[in-house]
Design a protein. Structure first.
Length: 90
């Protein structure tokens, strides 16, 4: 019975790819929104927020093994956003 619980836990870890893709898309959209006049204020607030709760930029970066500080720094410059968004389209 115990091994069944372990295999379920392992299965949950292995099958997390759809969720990782979803959260990566959230980050991508927030960074893309920094380039849009009508969304940039909300996007900047999201990117600059240092909260750690579920759905926050820091939480997503931790889940995706991304460097939060570097991504935040890059996303706040036009050149950095260009670099990030270009990589996301390949």
């Amino acid at each position: 019975m115990r091994s069944s619980g372990l295999s379920q836990a392992h299965s949950a870890l292995v099958d997390d790819q759809p969720y990782r893709g979803l959260w990566a898309a959230v980050l991508y959209l927030a960074i893309a929104d920094l380039n849009r006049k009508s969304y940039d204020r909300g996007a900047r607030k999201y990117v600059c927020n240092n909260e750690t709760g579920p759905g926050s930029m820091r939480w997503i970066c931790d889940m995706l093994d991304l460097d939060y500080n570097r991504l935040q720094m890059l996303s706040l410059t036009r050149q950095g956003r260009r670099q990030i968004l270009k990589k996301g389209t390949k």
